[in-house]
Design a binder for this molecule. Structure first.
Ligand code: 5GP
Length: 207
């Protein structure tokens, strides 16, 4: 298992409704050391890909996006989920159904922050049905830019987002891919990884 899978096994919990909760290092408190390692690994995986911008969606994508922006030394743009009263810029708008909040959100990026010369690395914390990522792809295309790659911290491989994006031909790298998980037994299995049970873990690995 890689360091992220180990961390998920040690610190994660599974909630009813196919939700993996990793609030103590990604979604509420941010473990800078783990995020730094994830950023280095994603940059290594995209080593042949040229980018000049990182794009994510508020809020939980911002941490990994910022660390990648630092490594590449490029601007980081985050799409907003609501229009702010103090912005008069015209905007690119798309829509995404939120897996966690069970509703459609509009997703906005102000036009000055994306343009036709941009080669964009899109990143996010979780990939489930691919709604959020497809909204970001739509926005890059509205701006006339190119999607150079998609970097994800945790892909839930039992949902369709990852397979759709790969079929569509996008270069997608996910640091951990959950193949199955069960909230009742608190068990999890990652793709392409030999099953392992950790002592003292909150989660156990499916046999
Ligand atoms: P998608 O748009 O791919 O269906 O869902 C991805 C978005 O939903 C992510 O931006 C993330 O915020 C949220 N999400 C989906 N599944 C999970 C999950 O299991 N745990 C957490 N913490 N967030 C999730």
């Amino acid at each position: 298992m890689n360091f992220l899978e180990e961390k998920i096994v040690t610190d994660g919990t599974i909630k009813q409704g196919n939700i993996l909760k990793i609030d103590n290092f990604l979604n509420h408190q941010i473990d800078i050391d783990i995020m730094r390692q994830i950023a280095y690994e994603l940059k290594r995986r995209f080593r042949n890909v040229e980018i000049n911008k990182v794009l994510t969606i508020e809020a939980s994508g911002i941490a990994i996006a910022t660390m990648l922006g630092d490594l590449y030394d490029v601007p980081v743009v985050f799409a907003k989920k609501s229009e702010t009263a103090n912005s008069t810029d015209s905007k690119y708008v798309s829509q995404a159904y939120s897996f966690t909040h069970k509703k459609y959100n509009n997703v906005f990026v102000s036009k000055p922050y994306l343009n036709a010369t941009d080669r964009v690395l899109i990143v996010d914390d979780f990939l489930a049905n691919g709604e959020a990522i497809h909204a970001l792809i739509d926005i890059v295309h509205q701006a006339g830019g190119q999607v150079a790659g998609i970097g994800i911290v945790v892909e839930k491989g039992q949902q369709e987002g990852g397979s759709k994006l790969r079929e569509e031909g996008y270069r997608l790298e996910s640091m951990a891919i959950v193949e199955e998980m069960d909230w009742e037994t608190q068990t999890i299995r990652f793709r392409h990884q030999p099953p392992r049970k950790l002592s003292g873990a909150n989660l156990s690995v499916l046999p």
